[in-house]
Structure formats: C-alpha cells, structure tokens
Ligand binder design. Structure first.
Ligand code: GYE
Length: 330
C-alpha cells in the first residue's frame, strides 16, 4: 500500500534525523509522491456478484489484469446487494487503499459513500455500470459500454427482420436487475427504436435479474399468459438461455416459433446462437480489466483521465457466431 509504506519510510527517516541531530519535526513535509514508495498500488474492487457468464468473465479479467499490472487487488462479491457493496467500499476506505473501483448494482443511492471516499482522498473509478449522482466529481471516470446503444442495436435488428411484415409483432422482454444501468438503458434504447413502428407491441416486460433461473421462471409465466409470443428480447444471454428451456418445455422451438435477441455474447450464448436457438446477439464486452488497471495507475499518479471511457462492441448473427466461437476467449 503506497500511503502506508510512504509513511513508514518517513517515520524511519524522521527517527534517523532525530537521533543524529536532535531535531524533532518536519519529517512529513518533505514527502513527494513516488519518492519513498515502491509503486505498489492497492485497489479495492466491489463486484456486483456472480449472476451471469458475463460477470464471471469480468471478474476473471479484473483479477488477471491486476496481477499482470502489479496491482494488489482486494476483491469482494456483493451477491447483487447494494448494502453489501456499500459495506465493502467503506471497508476499503478504512483500509486506506489507493483506489476504489466498483460496478454499481443499481444506479441510485451512492452519494454518501462516494462522499466518504472523496473526503478520505481515495479516487473512485466506476466500472461497467453507471451511478445517477448529480455530482460527477465524486468519481474520476466511468469505464464501460453504452447500454442505450446496445438496446438500439437490438431494436434495429428487429425492425430489419420484420421489414416486410404488416402483422402485429408481439414482444416479451426479460429485463435485467431492476434499477441497474444496463436494465434501464437497454430497455430505453430498444423502446426508442421500435416506437417508430406501431406493429411492434411489448406485451409483457419483467425482470429476470440477469440470471438463468429467473429467466426461465419468468418466461414460463409469460408463456402461460401470452399464447402468441413472436419475439423475446432478453437483456442478457443468461436470461435468454433460461427462457430457451421454458420455451422448449412448452413444446415450442426457440429461434423459430419465438425469435430471440439477447445481449452479452458470452460463450454459452454464442453457442445457442450458432445452433439457431438465439437469432441475434448484441455484444457487451466483459474484458474491462486491462483498461481499468491502466486508468487506476493514471488516477493514482494524479494524471487527468477522460470522464467517460467506452468499450468497443459489435453484434453477431448465427453465421458470425459460428466463425467467432473457436477463438472466443470467454
Ligand atoms: O450484461 C449481465 C450482467 O452490467 C453489463 O451485468 C453488465 C451486465 C451484463 O449480469 O450479464
């Protein structure tokens, strides 16, 4: 830990000076950044949980890149609960880490703990998900995807797919975790694009909390109350994969009887796409680790960083999934 090591070096220096010259003060004022420390940065990372394939790949990316960058990582899993994340952040503040990074489970309710970090002079980096705090000085930068754009890409595929049809298209939507940035934004981007054509009707929209189990459960309920579903839009692959089980359980063919669009493009999702059970996937990259470590180093060194760092992403059709799968790292 930089601060600790620097302080102990100063203390040692102070003791030596006092012993040699009988002089008793001034040791702390000569500290210059990087002087006495070994450059080791400690990062506290408060992860959302382990709710999806995306999250697992994201955690792996962060742990591996911290190691590669020589950053000491303190990692916690909040099991999708905001209170656990707040506790983890408070404990990182107490431990005087050099930088805090976290992926906020929901958008609201972060101002107090972020102010505590600011008062303790510990820089904060938002990773993957945004907060809705009006005071943007509470964090240094936000690294992650444009979720609204992801929703738009899903909507554009649908518009193109049904361009020759005048019939009503009944859509069900599996939303991500209620109040989370990706759930709010993927819903909004999709709604914005399909609103242009009244034939598109969202007949049911409910949260599946980004998990396979919930995706299956909610899709079962959708199938019971809506006999005529044409399209499923799931905010992530895992919920889509759970829903596929529900659709097959109801004797329907996923990808044919019900067209499926998901977001993420993790391996299991890509396999289902290649198999024709999913029709289209909007990519959301979980490999945020290398960029995060880079930003952390700059922020700790007091360098300016851009307020928003976007990840680059594409989309996949079944053919593109087949081509990409053999070299897909996650
Ligand atoms: O799409 C989903 C995960 O925040 C982008 O969280 C992330 C989302 C991702 O649970 O699978």
């Amino acid at each position: 830990m930089i601060v600790f090591k620097r302080m102990s070096a100063l203390l040692l220096a102070g003791v030596t000076i006092m012993a040699a010259a009988g002089c008793g003060s001034g040791g702390g004022t000569t500290a210059s950044s990087g002087g006495a420390d070994d450059g080791k940065i400690t990062m506290g990372f408060a992860q959302v949980g382990a709710e999806s394939g995306w999250r697992t790949a994201n955690t792996k990316s962060i742990q591996e890149s911290a190691k590669a960058a020589g950053i000491e990582l303190k990692f916690s899993d909040a099991q999708q609960k905001q209170e656990n994340q707040i506790k983890a952040i408070r404990s990182y503040i107490q431990q005087k880490v050099d930088v805090i990074a976290f992926s906020p489970v929901v958008e609201s309710g972060w101002d107090n703990v972020l102010k505590e970090a600011q008062t303790a002079k510990i820089p904060v980096i938002l990773t993957d998900r945004a907060v809705d705090s009006a005071d943007t000085s509470l964090y240094k930068t936000f690294l992650g995807s444009d979720f609204v754009e992801e929703g738009r890409k899903a909507g554009k595929w649908l518009v193109e797919e049904y361009k020759d049809s005048t019939d009503t298209v009944n859509i069900v939507e599996l939303q991500g975790t209620t109040g989370s940035a990706p759930a709010n934004d993927r819903k909004a981007g999709f709604a914005e694009v399909i609103a242009a054509e009244p034939k598109f009707k969202v007949v049911a929209s409910q949260t599946g909390d980004f998990t396979r189990a919930k995706g299956k459960e909610v899709m079962e309920a959708f199938l019971k109350s809506n006999p005529d579903i044409d399209v499923l839009y799931a905010h992530n692959d895992d919920m889509g994969l759970g829903a596929i089980e529900a659709i097959e359980g109801a004797g329907k063919v996923p990808g044919k009887d019900i067209k499926i669009i998901t977001v993420d493009a993790v391996k299991d999702g890509m396999q289902a796409l290649a198999d024709g059970k999913i029709n289209f996937i909007v990519e959301c990259s979980p490999i945020l680790g290398p960029q995060l470590m880079d930003l952390a180093k700059k922020v700790v060194a007091g360098e300016q960083v851009p307020a928003r760092v976007l990840t680059e992403e594409t989309t996949f059709t079944p053919e593109q999934a087949k081509a990409a799968l053999p070299t897909r790292p996650y």
